[in-house]
Design a protein around this ligand. Structure first.
Ligand SMILES: [Zn+2]
Length: 258
C-alpha cells in the first residue's frame, strides 16, 4: 500500500499489547476499505462525495491516470526493469488486466490486490506522471514479492518485509540523496533507515489496522533481512543520479529479460 498522509494512524492506542500476534485478519487487498470500487462495495462514504464532487471529473481523472500509467511503462527505466523482473519470475504484467486506475480513500495513492494480482493506482490522489511512477514502483515490489516469495498477506511479518522493501527501493531512496549535502555518511545511513521504518510502518498500519506498537515490533523483527534484500533492483535508486538507467542497464546481470 502506498500511503499519502504519513500522519494517519499516529496516536492510535495499542489495543491488546500483543506484540507476538502474527496473523492479521484482512483480505488479499490490504486495507480494502481504502478502495471502495473494489469488491463491489457501494460507495457511500462522505469523503467520496466531497472529493469526487462534480460529475464527469471521475472519467477525466481515469483517462489522465491511464495515460500516466502508459507513459511510465513506455518511458521509465525502473518501471521497465520491474516489468522485466516480473516477467522473468513468471508473473508477466498485462497492463490492461493487472493495473487499474480507481477512486480511492484520499489517504492512499495506490494499492496491490493479491486476490486479483492487480495494482490499483488511485486516480484522485496519484496525480502526475512522477507520482504514478512512484506508486507503480512501490506496488510492483509487492507484486514481485507475492510472485517470487509466496508472500502470505495474512502474516504481518511478510507484510512488514514487503513494505520495508518497497520503501527502501522506492520513496526513501529519493530522500537519501537530498540529505547528502549536509549529513555525514553515518547520519545518512541512520536517516535512511528511519525513513524506511517510518514509511513501512505507515503503510503497515493503514493496511492492517494494527497498533503502532505491533507495527514497530513486526518491522524490527524482519528489518535487517528485508532492508538488505535489494532484489530485483540491486541497488537503491537515488534521484538525480545515474542509478535509474544503471539499474536498468544491469538488469541482464540479474537474469531479467528486459
Ligand atoms: Zn505498500
Amino acid at each position: 500500500m502506498t500511503v499519502e498522509n504519513e500522519k494517519m494512524g499516529e496516536g492510535k492506542k495499542d489495543e491488546v499489547g500483543a506484540s507476538n500476534v502474527t496473523t492479521v485478519d484482512i483480505s488479499g487487498l490490504w486495507g480494502s476499505d481504502m478502495y471502495p470500487e473494489r469488491r463491489g462495495g457501494k460507495i457511500q462514504r462522505s469523503w467520496f462525495k466531497i472529493f469526487v464532487g462534480a460529475q464527469g471529473r471521475e472519467s477525466l481523472d481515469k483517462a489522465k491516470c491511464e495515460d500516466n500509467v502508459y507513459k511510465c511503462i513506455k518511458k521509465s527505466p525502473i518501471i521497465k526493469l520491474m516489468l522485466g523482473a516480473l516477467k522473468s519470475s513468471g508473473c508477466e504484467v498485462d497492463i490492461r488486466r493487472h493495473i487499474s486506475c480507481e477512486v480511492c480513500n484520499p489517504m492512499v495513492t495506490g494499492g496491490y490486490d493479491s486476490d486479483f494480482n492487480q495494482i490499483v493506482v488511485c486516480q484522485n490522489t496519484a496525480v502526475g506522471e512522477s507520482n504514478v511512477r512512484g506508486v507503480l514502483l512501490h506496488e510492483m515490489i509487492h507484486m514481485f514479492d507475492y510472485c517470487r516469495n509466496k508472500l502470505d498477506v495474512k502474516n504481518i511479518h511478510h507484510l512488514a518485509c514487503t513494505e520495508i522493501r518497497a520503501a527502501n527501493l522506492g520513496h526513501c531512496s529519493f530522500m537519501s540523496s537530498l540529505l547528502q549535502g549536509d549529513s555525514s555518511f553515518v547520519n545518512i545511513k541512520a536517516t535512511h533507515q528511519n525513513c524506511v521504518k517510518h514509511k513501512a510502518k505507515m503503510s503497515l498500519m493503514a493496511a492492517t489496522k494494527v497498533s503502532s506498537e505491533v507495527a514497530d515490533a513486526a518491522i524490527e523483527k524482519v528489518f535487517t533481512k528485508c532492508y538488505n534484500d535489494l532484489e530485483p533492483i540491486g541497488r537503491r535508486i537515488r534521484r538525480n543520479s545515474c542509478d535509474m538507467p544503471r539499474a536498468y542497464a544491469e538488469g541482464h546481470l540479474y537474469g531479467y529479460d528486459l
